[in-house]
Design a protein. Structure first.
Length: 447
């Protein structure tokens, strides 16, 4: 009950103190683990540096925590993926600054460079995990809760803001208790939007608003001011039109391919054996023409998940279940397809039926991450966005795959693909890759 009476500023202060303490503890744990790893690599010479030397290396704490504060980690309520991106970037800068410090102070030979680098790599893993746990715990204790008011509520705001404990926002039943204001600009014209902003800025010190155009990731844009006119200028970039970024994406494909090949090879062999065991006289692989980059048609490979010649079964099913036709018109798939085999159901739920597309990657027809390849009969339905969609290689996984595919209609799928193409960066691919692993393991949203 005492926590409920504490003011919001005090709650924020307590939260930040706890975050800093646990970040320091995470640094200590990371040092310890890095030291153990260094000690157990027999190819490296035995180190004569005591563990306490690293534990007491205070510049590591000061530089890391200082950069976190500078990047706003203790000031702003970022969502998990944006905050993790800031953490990664900050730790990379920390490595550079720490080694510059060691070089300038001539202490470079007093520490193992391997141990310091490994410490920061381990921190890249542990700090995001630490923040998930601590913020969830503090939210349950009502310390990491902040009352907000939203102008122009919609489903997106409800799902992404109110239900995200990592952000810690809760709806203020009494609007006067709101400590932060969210404004969805799409629901207001310019005059009313300015009135809402002006009136609330008189009462609040912080207003967060969603821009009218939110199809572009403005967080990665360069923003500067045209001083003469007092006009902000936003620089939008299409990274997938940048030659060097395209090379970087190809390098990422190669890296993932090398990393995944030893893992997927035995899985592919097991699936091949299982399909052949159940249906020894039927084909294992399904081949279908799909739309590729620059409107080129290619053969897309998948494990077969449907009965051979199942059209008669489907037609009979549709005649008895007309609601499935409406579902297909909206989502471009059937909710309960009678043609799907028993093992095919499992492969689809886990997305393992996509594994043969590694061959498409090897042939240069697909990328690991990108818009899912569209069927030929979907070309006209994409309409005016077709040139943008087909300007990049399709991927095995993409934003659609990790955004709850069962709940996303065809139009929303196109919007997700357009957002990916317009706002691509290496972090987005990494985020999708990690979310895909989660989707496969927990069968979340796949079909």
């Amino acid at each position: 009950m005492l926590l409920l009476k504490i003011g919001q500023e005090m709650k924020d202060f307590i939260s930040n103190i706890i975050f800093i303490i646990f970040d320091i503890l995470t640094i200590i744990i990371s040092i310890y683990l890095a030291y153990l790893i260094r000690d157990n690599i027999y190819l490296l010479p035995i180190q004569n540096i005591a563990l306490s030397t690293y534990i007491n290396f205070y510049p590591l704490y000061i530089i890391t925590i200082g950069l976190f504060a500078y990047e706003g980690i203790y000031k702003y309520r970022y969502d998990f993926w944006h905050e993790s991106r800031v953490v990664f970037k900050t730790l990379i800068f920390s490595i550079i600054i720490i080694f510059a410090y060691l070089g300038l102070t001539k202490l470079i030979f007093d520490y193992s460079r391997f141990t310091i680098i490994m410490t920061l790599i381990i921190m890249m893993i542990l700090i995001p995990i630490n923040k998930i746990i601590i913020k969830k715990l503090l939210f349950q204790l009502k310390i990491w809760q902040k009352y907000i008011k939203i102008y122009g509520e919609d489903e997106f705001l409800t799902n992404e803001i109110y239900t995200n404990n990592y952000l810690g926002y809760i709806k203020a039943k009494n609007p006067n208790r709101a400590k932060t204001i969210f404004i969805n600009s799409k629901n207001f014209d310019k005059i009313n939007l300015e009135k809402i902003i002006d009136s609330n800025l008189e009462k609040q010190n912080k207003i967060i608003f969603i821009p009218f155009i939110n199809d572009y990731d403005l967080s990665s844009c360069d923003i500067y001011q045209l001083s003469i006119k007092n006009t902000p200028l936003i620089v939008l970039k299409n990274n997938l039109k940048n030659r060097y970024k395209i090379i970087l994406k190809k390098v990422l494909d190669i890296f993932i391919f090398i990393f995944m090949l030893p893992i997927i090879t035995p899985i592919v062999l097991i699936i091949y054996y299982k399909i052949k065991k159940v249906e020894p006289n039927e084909k294992v692989f399904f081949k279908q023409q799909r739309l590729g980059k620059d409107n080129k048609i290619f053969i897309c490979y998948k494990f077969r998940t449907m009965l051979e010649n199942g059209e008669n079964i489907l037609n009979e099913y549709l005649s008895n279940n007309p609601q499935e036709v409406e579902y297909h018109n909206r989502y471009h798939k059937y909710k309960n397809d009678p043609r799907i085999t028993t093992i095919g159901e499992f492969l689809r739920k886990t997305s393992l039926d996509e594994l043969p597309q590694f061959l498409n990657i090897l042939k240069g027809e697909m990328s690991f991450i990108g818009p899912r390849p569209y069927m030929l009969n979907e070309k006209d339905k994409i309409e005016s966005n077709i040139d943008t969609i087909l300007s990049v290689k399709p991927g095995i996984t993409g934003l659609w795959q990790v955004s709850g595919r069962n709940d996303i209609d065809f139009k929303s799928r196109i919007e997700l693909d357009l957002f990916y193409i317009r706002n691509w960066n290496i972090w987005m691919d990494l985020m999708i890759f990690i979310k895909t692993i989660k989707t496969v393991l927990f069968k979340d949203g796949a079909r």
